[in-house]
Design a protein around this ligand. Sequence first.
Ligand SMILES: CC(C)(COP(=O)(O)OP(=O)(O)OC[C@H]1O[C@@H](n2cnc3c(N)ncnc32)[C@H](O)[C@@H]1OP(=O)(O)O)[C@@H](O)C(=O)NCCC(=O)NCCS
Length: 165
Amino acid sequence: MSSLPPESHPPALGPIPANTRAVDAPKVDLPADKELVLKVVPMPKDCNANGDIFGGWVMAQVDIAGSILAARYVRGRMATVAVNQFVFKQPVRVGDILSFVGGVMRIGNTSITIDVQVYAERYDTQGQYIKVTEAALTYVAIDAQGRPRPIPRETRPNAASGNAE
Ligand SMILES: CC(C)(COP(=O)(O)OP(=O)(O)OC[C@H]1O[C@@H](n2cnc3c(N)ncnc32)[C@H](O)[C@@H]1OP(=O)(O)O)[C@@H](O)C(=O)NCCC(=O)NCCS
């Protein structure tokens, strides 16, 4: 038997009370210059005791989304070395459809920095996006011993022009 009071249990999937929605958040389009890398819907198991989605759960998804883009350039093992910025702009609710879009900010010698933006569509107003989170993460290409290794020249965006940066 749970010792938690009933009101602290995550809510069942269903309509969100109007007074808990970010109704005043500006509706925006997904940025055309970013790539959609991940879509996911948080479930009741991803909630904290207040019924909101754990910030840590969102951070994990952002790390996965960023790593998908980074992997295209790193080509092999890598590690997250830094989360340079993380802003939770609006709460995320159970049943929101989250779109993770991203782009490359910088490619260094062994590291790559990716910006990830997260947009929510409320389940009952699909097509209207609210920006809920933005972050910048740096990944380091590592070798079998876990030491930094250069990011391959051939995967760099302007490799064809012969310029590595
Ligand atoms: C990632 C790791 C191998 C890097 O080793 P390191 O000895 O710190 O490497 P360096 O100092 O040579 O830096 C490597 C690159 O990371 C970048 N970097 C290091 N610290 C950074 C930071 N705080 N922010 C941004 N970039 C950073 C460096 O600028 C360098 O990039 P460049 O080669 O493109 O110029 C090591 O720190 C590590 O294993 N960390 C743990 C990773 C991990 O477990 N992540 C998951 C945590 S849950």
